[in-house]
Design a protein around this ligand. Structure first.
Ligand code: HXC
Ligand code: NAP
Length: 291
């Protein structure tokens, strides 16, 4: 898999100074990548998930790497009382919270008929319930404080089009997309923006171990279906996230930005598979058609 030819940090120094950001699932993968860049841009960041040891290790490493202020707080997003405690702890530490990134997720591939109802529940509870729990708690807080806020939801490209073999995730992410668009309108009057990112393939340990396990990994190249013929780099995702939560994006509301190298459109276009034809084949086809 080739990587991004260009993946430099994008915003100017201090672009997020004075902002406090909660990143759910911030200890690993894309959550960690976004947190790193938010810290480099001067934000205070609270990272949360179920595994406190993972969060604390990440927080220590990022403090050393960025010299930024990062706090690790254990919180299972499925439990509303834990989400309220996360909010309370954030306000105690930093005095305020400006931005919520709903990034925590669960997923695995499976034929749907093999799933137990609990397997379906566990994914929908983390992704959809977790996102609305955090959104509701933060929204109520911002409205009561008469303070503006920004919500960034990390969905997937299949939130819009659906996908076989990840049906609980597709169902839940579609709900999160509806949440994004609905509240973009309803809460705009309170100065609360809602936006989303729909990433294509970005290699992370969490996603790859559950979506491309062996023997699939050696048979299926996730970059092959991407017209740009590469997967995304974490900095590319972090650049987009930092822009969308920043004041530079203050007129962007209700938008879902796809960052997938053109992958989902490749799957959608009726004739896209003709990419496989060689120049000789095209010569032959043209001759036949013109005749
Ligand atoms: C079928 C499965 C299963 C599998 C678990 N279950 N794994 N069923 N196939 N591979 C079932 C279990 O048998 C159980 O049902 C139920 O699901 C709950 O499983 P637990 O292991 O008890 O749950 P838990 O410990 O809470 O773990 C949750 C998890 C786990 C989702 C299963 O994978 C996790 O913690 N994931 C978090 C991180 C993650 O998934 N990251 C990837 C995000 S990638 P029964 O009936 O037996 O009790 C992503 C991007 C997609 O979202 C797009 C990429 C391009
Ligand atoms: P990841 O590293 O596995 O991230 C998922 C995070 O969610 C983990 O840190 C996990 O931490 C946390 N989490 C899971 N259940 C939780 C719960 N109940 N409460 C709180 N936190 C919980 O995978 P990733 O690839 O970085 O995914 C990050 C986001 O990007 C997800 O929303 C995913 O759907 C999206 N995405 C990823 C890709 C990709 O290619 N990587 C593509 C499209 C979309 P704990 O285990 O400690 O709880």
């Amino acid at each position: 898999m080739s990587t991004a030819p260009y993946a430099q940090p994008m915003l100017r120094d201090g672009a997020l100074a004075g902002k406090t950001i909660i990143v759910t699932g911030g200890g690993t993968g894309l959550g960690r990548a976004m947190t790193t860049y938010f810290l480099q841009l001067g934000a205070n960041v609270v990272i949360s998930s179920r595994k406190l040891d993972v969060l604390e290790t990440t927080a220590n490493e990022l403090r050393e790497q960025t010299h930024g202020k990062v706090l690790a707080v254990q919180c299972d997003v499925r439990k509303y009382d834990e989400v309220e405690k996360l909010l309370q702890r954030t306000v105690e530490e930093f005095g305020r919270v400006d931005i919520l990134v709903n990034n925590a997720a669960g997923n695995f591939i499976s034929p749907t008929e093999r799933l137990s109802n609990k397997a379906f529940d566990v994914i929908v509870d983390i992704v959809l319930k977790g996102s609305y729990n955090c959104t509701l708690a933060l929204g109520k807080h911002w409205i009561a404080q008469q303070q503006p806020g920004t919500i960034l939801n990390i969905v997937t490209t299949y939130a819009s089009v659906g996908s076989a073999f990840v049906v609980p995730s597709a169902t839940a992410k579609a709900g999160v997309l509806a949440l994004t668009r609905s509240l973009a309108v309803e809460w705009a009057k309170y100065g609360i923006r809602s936006v989303a990112i729909a990433p294509g393939p970005f290699p992370t340990e969490g996603a790859w171990s559950r979506l491309f396990p062996e023997p699939l990994a050696s048979k299926l190249d996730p970059a092959a279906s991407v017209p740009l013929k590469r997967v995304g780099s974490h900095q590319e995702l972090a650049n987009l996230a930092a822009f969308l939560v920043s004041d530079f994006a203050s007129y962007i509301n209700g938008e879902v930005v796809t960052i997938d190298g053109g992958e989902w459109l490749n799957g959608a276009g009726e004739f896209n598979k003709l990419e496989l034809l060689t120049s000789d084949m095209w010569d032959m086809i043209e001759k036949t058609m013109r005749r």
